[in-house]
Write a protein that binds this ligand. Structure first.
Ligand code: HEM
Length: 489
């Protein structure tokens, strides 16, 4: 009895001391809800970083505020100015990625997406350089995208106007572009392994930014010992990794290092070149994780945006009509769409950008971490502080967009109807960690969108009057499943 009383008093004393310590530490940080020991202040947003809770947070505490993820302070940036300046003013200082229990379980500090320091620098530089060598932004990759666009057109043509859910064929086309780049081959629509791969990536993406994710970060012991989402996420990751290992093995056997044809070939060549270089981070684990990251970063995001693209064409038939009129006026019906065509198609290009803005599929960037003591937006920020930028709030900032909550391609057109870029267009983020796949994503979206609209008029299935434009919340914001009819023009 006596021991229990002593123990309880000790725990209460430690918690109170911790509580006071946290209040003391939070003095130098931007305002925010009161942090408590163990749970921090993430309770205030109900353990979910969604649109409503982040908006409410900014309304209550301002565009620069602090949330505590357990015992770690996290600056939350809201609105174009805070997001842009916070990520770019001392860009290198805030270029770290947060290291957490889950990230370590899933990536072990390797690859590009959640790595840091020398590993991140070398892997990102190499990954980006190799994508360029493989044709990102030029003819090489363009051909791959055109091939997938053709298969996608064939898929819809075979349906002969029947109502169909476009999700899987779109995921298939977009993922095949990255498969061709990374593995050097594509998969057929019926391939069982391909379906399993997509399912595994889908699960990992849905797990990130979920309530379970935050719970697992805060209570790792429970996450480790209870069956549930973390186990399934790890199982999904292991499935992808064993597939990639198999691919690496078959690339080794083919031995194409002298004439590399895909990302894995280039990486194997790099391993050979750097084998005696001190401090080199090129090894098989980083190769595997980089492949994983390119696939994760490059398929689900672009496919989700293309699903929104077709959904918006159903919701705004007048905009679909205007795109088709422009395509018909500028290109012959048999013209093979290429990325260069965007210069002759300003309205269509504006529509593609408005789709990226309005669908705003990435609500927040994966949190950054200050790699040294620095200043962010006038606040002294100690090394290790987390920074979460709300990209969505820049894409809908009423001070920078004329009609932020309307789907309006005019946002990207000047008075003369010419295409214009906009500074608040931060769909691919900003600063040292901005998306390295921006050009590739825009190229894919433009070519696939135009190829489809050139051939088909997209309509709602007979009897369907309305379509749900709300999103399904996750790491990316996806549309609810829907069906459409692709009628040959
Ligand atoms: C519509 C399509 C896409 C969108 C909206 C998008 C958006 C983003 C955003 C917001 C980030 C986070 C940047 C930050 O932390 O500040 C990111 C990172 C990243 N993206 Fe994309 N992305 C897209 C397509 C792609 C493609 C096609 C690839 C590659 C083939 C790619 C590869 C990556 C990688 C590797 C990172 C991590 C970069 C790093 O941590 O250094 N993304 N993307």
């Amino acid at each position: 009895m006596m021991i229990s009383v002593i123990l309880i008093s000790l725990v209460l004393f430690l918690l109170s001391a911790q509580f006071l310590n946290m209040q003391w530490k939070s003095r130098g940080f931007p305002p925010g809800p009161t942090p408590f020991p163990i749970i921090g202040s993430i309770w205030w947003i109900n353990f979910r970083a969604d649109h409503q809770s982040l908006k409410k947070l900014a309304k209550t505490y301002g565009n620069i505020c602090t949330l505590w993820l357990g015992h770690r302070p996290m600056m939350v940036l809201y609105g174009f100015q805070a997001v842009k300046n916070g990520l770019t003013n001392n860009s290198e200082d805030v270029s770290g990625r947060l290291q957490t229990y889950i990230f370590n379980k899933l990536a072990d500090g390797k690859g590009i997406l959640v790595s840091n320091g020398l590993i991140w620098k070398q892997q990102r530089h190499f990954g980006f350089g190799t994508l360029r060598k493989l044709g990102m932004g030029n003819k090489g990759m363009e051909r791959g995208i055109q091939t997938e666009a053709r298969y996608l057109v064939e898929f819809f043509r075979d349906k002969e106007g029947e109502a169909v859910d476009p999700s899987f064929p779109i995921v298939h086309a977009v993922s095949n572009v990255i498969c061709a780049v990374v593995f050097g081959h594509r998969f057929s629509l019926e391939d069982k392994t391909f379906h399993q791969l997509i399912e595994a990536f889908d699960y990992i993406v849905a797990f990130g930014n979920s309530r379970f994710y935050y719970m697992c970060e805060m209570f790792p012991w429970f996450a480790e010992h209870l069956p549930g989402p973390l186990k399934k996420a790890r199982f999904s990751r292991d499935f992808v990794c064993s597939f990639v290992r198999q691919e690496i093995k078959s690339h080794r056997e083919k031995g194409r290092r002298d004439e590399p044809e895909d990302f894995i070939d280039f990486y194997l060549k790099q391993l050979e070149k750097t084998k005696n270089v001190p401090n080199s981070t090129f090894d098989e684990d980083n190769m595997l994780q980089s492949v994983f990251d390119l696939f994760l970063g490059g398929s689900e995001t672009t496919a989700t945006t293309l699903r929104w693209a077709l959904l918006y064409m159903l919701v705004y038939p007048d905009i679909q009509d205007k795109v088709q009129k422009e395509l018909d006026a500028v290109l012959s019906p048999s013209h093979l769409i290429c990325y260069e065509d965007r210069k002759k198609l300003p309205y269509t290009n504006a529509v593609v950008h408005e789709i990226l803005r309005f669908s705003s599929i990435v609500l927040i960037t994966i949190p950054r971490e200050a790699v040294k003591d620095t200043t962010v937006l006038g606040y002294h920020v100690p090394k290790g502080t987390l920074i979460m930028a709300n990209v969505d709030s820049a894409l809908f900032d009423p001070d920078y967009w004329e009609t932020p909550h309307q789907f309006n391609p005019g946002h990207f057109l000047d008075k003369g109807g010419n295409f214009v870029t906009r500074e608040a267009f931060l769909a691919f983020s900003a600063g040292h960690r901005a998306c390295p796949g921006e050009t590739m994503a825009k190229m894919e979206l433009f070519i696939m969108f135009c190829s489809l609209l050139q051939k088909f008029k997209f309509t709602l299935p007979e009897g369907v009057k309305e379509i749900n434009t709300d999103f399904v919340f996750g790491s990316t914001m996806k549309p609810h499943p829907y069906k459409l009819c692709a009628v040959l023009r």
